[in-house]
Ligand binder design. Structure first.
Ligand SMILES: [Zn+2]
Length: 79
């Protein structure tokens, strides 16, 4: 006998923000989860590395707070 329970859509409990950087070698739009330290990004197309300007930690914290770590930013039909 199989248990048939309805699975409800899982809601987010945390979030991050993706920043896009333009690869200086091939111009590809490279997505990185907002880096908070000066670091090197790597292009997923040409595989070259380049330094990226970091995201502002306070701005990220503000956005995460406003969206309640993602919980306040889901489709209202799924609340
Ligand atoms: Zn590239």
């Amino acid at each position: 006998m199989t248990e048939k329970r309805k699975l409800f859509p899982v809601k987010p409990f945390d979030m991050d923000i993706v920043y896009y950087y333009k690869c200086p070698y091939c111009q590809r739009k490279v997505p990185l989860i907002a880096p908070i330290q000066p670091s090197m990004g790597q292009c997923d197309a040409c595989h070259k590395q380049f330094p990226v300007a970091p995201a502002d930690k306070r701005t990220l914290a503000f956005i995460k707070t406003v969206l309640d770590d993602g919980k306040a930013g889901i489709d209202p039909d799924f609340i």
